[in-house]
Design a protein around this ligand. Structure first.
Ligand code: BDR
Ligand code: CA
Length: 312
């Protein structure tokens, strides 16, 4: 039976590839896509989410708008990475797929109450605001979540938006701290692994050569996204951060990590949003996350190619 998931996202070129991978995979049933403010404001992320779902030809998948700002802070955005629309690289038409009227947080609550307990996985690939807000409003759903597979944090790679913090956690550290303390089993894709999920030129050109519309869109997005990391890290290739979450759901054997304790710094002078990951198990604190540090890069990109080739 397909795994039921809700994708919570701030698309984002790499979010877009994650969403396409999920929609192309028979092992996964996407109950809904919920937008959150992050890379760009909510008014743009919800439109981007609808464009991506429509591009995949999956207008049966409902798209919701969630929270427009972090729980306790002003929104920090990342246009310098993702462009002014958040999804620069290719011009897609305004979506015909309507935005659902229901608030995204209410959708998450309702879906978790409706579906069998332990049958729904949450996949947050942006700031954790919507997830934390849903847990605040409806604590009864916390025990019903199968697990959370998220992209966020960093330890050995330290930060990307500050010297200490990764973007998704930094934008809403209070939300992240609440989610990591929730008791829900967490699988975490930090920069330590996602910086190893780099596109190659051959793979991008393979995408561009696919006969449908999705492959060339992926090539244009990753080309846009690559420029930032090339200038910053000197790396060649774009890091497909967010697709690591969906790839893990399909092929966990491609990844390697450890069950450890991860705490989120919310009060640091220089370290707000840091994920303090007890990789060496020296704190005595109980594990609360499977911290993924390695992946079979070629295996993940072969999976992406196989699945994305099935899209229109
Ligand atoms: C994360 O931040 C966003 O810019 C990406 O989409 C990814 O979710 C990487 O730090
Ligand atoms: Ca993202």
């Amino acid at each position: 039976m397909a795994q039921k998931i809700i994708i919570d996202t701030d698309p984002g070129q790499d979010d877009a590839v994650a969403i396409l991978l999920a929609l192309a995979s028979p092992e996964i049933e996407v109950l809904g896509v919920v937008a959150v403010a992050g890379n760009v404001p909510l008014a743009l992320t919800e439109v981007n989410a609808r464009k991506i779902v429509e591009l995949a030809g999956r207008t049966d998948v409902p798209v919701f708008a969630g929270c427009d700002r972090p729980l306790a802070r002003d929104l920090v955005t990342a246009e310098h990475v993702h462009g002014k629309t958040g999804l620069d690289g290719i011009d897609l038409p305004a979506p015909g797929l309507p935005l659902q009227a229901q608030h995204g947080v209410e959708f998450i609550i309702e879906a978790l109450r409706r579906e069998a307990a332990g049958s729904v996985t949450l996949v947050p690939i942006g700031p954790l605001t919507n997830i934390a807000e849903a847990f605040r409003r409806a604590p009864d759903i916390i025990g019903r979540v199968q697990r959370i597979v998220l992209m966020g944090g960093a330890y050995f790679e330290v930060g990307n938006i500050t010297p200490a913090a990764e973007f998704n956690i930094y934008v809403d550290p209070e939300a992240a701290a609440e989610v990591f303390a929730s008791g829900v089993p967490i699988v975490m894709m930090p920069l330590d692994v996602t910086h190893k999920a780099l596109t190659s030129r051959d793979w991008v050109e393979g995408m561009r050569a696919l006969p449908g519309r999705c492959g060339p869109a992926v090539a244009s997005w990753t080309d846009f996204f690559e420029r930032y990391d090339r200038e910053k890290y000197g790396s060649s290739g774009a890091p497909l951060h967010d697709p690591c979450t969906i790839a893990w759901l399909i092929r966990p054997d491609l990844f390697h990590g450890r069950e450890i304790n991860v705490e989120v710094e919310t009060e640091g002078k220089f370290t707000t949003g840091m994920t303090v990951a007890d990789w060496w198990r020296v704190s005595g604190r109980a594990p609360n996350a499977l911290f993924i540090r390695d992946l079979d890069r070629d295996g993940m990109f072969a999976l992406l190619t196989e699945r994305l080739a099935t899209l229109p």
